[in-house]
Write a protein that binds this ligand. Structure first.
Ligand code: PLP
Length: 410
């Protein structure tokens, strides 16, 4: 019988969403007439904008005719999309990225999950706490961690982010090799400024570390001082890999398209100390294990960069950000301390009266019939916090805020 990868057994079951579902079902059974509003989802709700739909229809039509049909495309993505990405997301910000430094994929989840494969097993991994769970779980699966003890995996460096440090992770007090940063952050909705990010780039340079920078929520940035790309920081092209997605800016959560930038100047090293470009390794991995994002989807993604596409996605992001503002202001007027929601679709609230995350979940569900996400689901430092999202529709968002203000006994 084949031996299994026992690293998988170190992972606890996907308790969070199963437990949320269990509690919501229980509540619904006991209160069949309650109108439950979900502000816990991390998925978008607005449909694909018309410019993107039109481009995808045209691409489907091309696929229907022998002279325009396309089979396998370049695994790294079509030039028509990569060049738009480079022009709009990088060159326009004064960042020079070459075509063979961009890898188009089927999503950032796969990319942030798969990237660890190109690194040795003994690297020390640092994650912020709370965290988007994929960074941690994929390193557990690979065997880069020890066992789970008191909610934390051995051998992993956890960087606590809380109200006391304004959700800015402190630099590790020991050497780490791989650092996952996410800004704007899921789940806290907070961001790193240029000066803060510079500290991380400097740390990485001094310690020969690599930063894995997840900018999936870049489109939500509103404030001037928040970098849209880590490559806005001097020296980052030597130490950072950046992940971007069309999921949250253009509604591609179900359509699937993202990209990863691996500058040719980012180096790892071989056991003998010789430097080796990570771009080459990622190219090898990507072309061996991935056969390209569908042509139709890449045409849709390219339409994001047309003037109509840009206008339409901006309108959607603005809509969600107005929801975020409504939630933030509603919480403030209910006397609940909250963070995020200014450059991100997530609002991270401090549970009132030091309630546990799950107690607040139950209270919000029973008194206001609202479902959110307990902070503990994102790591031990999430205890005492709770995530609400701005991806709902306006009516539900307003109704939810009204209920928080009028029904919640604090
Ligand atoms: N990175 C972060 C921080 C996310 O929150 C998500 C999705 O929620 C992703 C990546 C995944 O994005 P994609 O839909 O491109 O796989």
């Amino acid at each position: 019988m084949a031996i299994i990868n026992e690293n998988y057994l170190k992972l606890p079951g996907s308790y969070l969403f199963a437990e949320i579902a269990r509690r919501v079902t229980g509540f619904r059974n006991d209160n069949p007439n309650a109108n439950v509003i979900r502000l816990g989802i991390g998925d978008v709700t607005k449909p694909l904008p018309p410019a993107i739909v039109k481009a995808m229809h045209a691409a489907v039509e091309e696929m229907a005719h022998a002279d325009t049909f396309r089979g396998y495309g370049p695994e790294q993505g079509y030039s028509f999309l990569i060049n738009k990405i480079i022009e709009t997301d990088y060159a326009a910000r004064g960042i020079s990225i070459e075509e063979d430094e961009v890898f188009v994929s089927d999503g950032s989840k796969s990319d942030v999950g798969n990237i660890q494969e190109i690194f040795g097993i003994n690297n020390i991994v640092a994650i912020t706490d709370p965290v988007y769970p994929v960074y941690l779980d994929t390193n557990v699966m690979a065997g880069r961690t020890g066992e789970l003890k008191d909610g934390m995996f051995e051998k992993v460096t956890y960087l606590p982010c809380n109200a006391e440090n304004q959700f800015k992770p402190a630099l590790p007090d020991h050497k780490v090799d791989l650092i996952y940063l996410c800004s704007p952050n899921n789940p806290t909705g907070t961001t790193l400024s240029k000066a803060e990010l510079k500290k991380w780039v400097d740390y990485a340079k001094e310690n020969d570390a690599i930063i894995l920078y997840d900018a999936a929520y870049e489109a939500y940035i509103r404030e001037e001082d928040v970098p849209h790309s880590i490559y806005e920081i001097e020296g980052a092209k030597e130490v950072a890999i950046e992940f971007r997605s069309f999921s949250k800016n253009a509604g591609f959560t179900g359509t699937r398209c993202a990209f990863t930038v691996v500058p040719k100047t980012v180096m790892g090293k071989k056991a003998n100390g010789e430097e080796y470009p990570l771009n080459k390794l990622w190219n090898r991995r990507h072309t061996t294990k991935f056969n390209g994002t569908p042509y139709i989807v890449q045409q849709g993604a390219a339409a994001v960069y047309t003037p109509e596409g840009q206008e339409q996605i901006k309108a959607i992001v603005d809509y969600y950000m107005t929801n975020a503002q409504i939630i933030r202001e509603g919480l403030a007027s209910a006397g609940i301390e909250a963070f995020g929601g200014v450059n991100a679709p997530y609002i991270w609230l401090k549970t009132p009266n030091n309630m546990s995350s799950w107690s607040f979940f139950d209270k919000l569900l029973s008194e206001a019939n609202i479902v959110g996400t307990p902070g503990t689901g994102f790591g031990p430092s999430g205890e005492g916090y709770f995530r609400l999202t701005a991806f709902g529709n306006r009516e539900n968002t307003e109704e939810a805020v009204h209920r928080i203000k009028t029904r919640l006994s604090l």
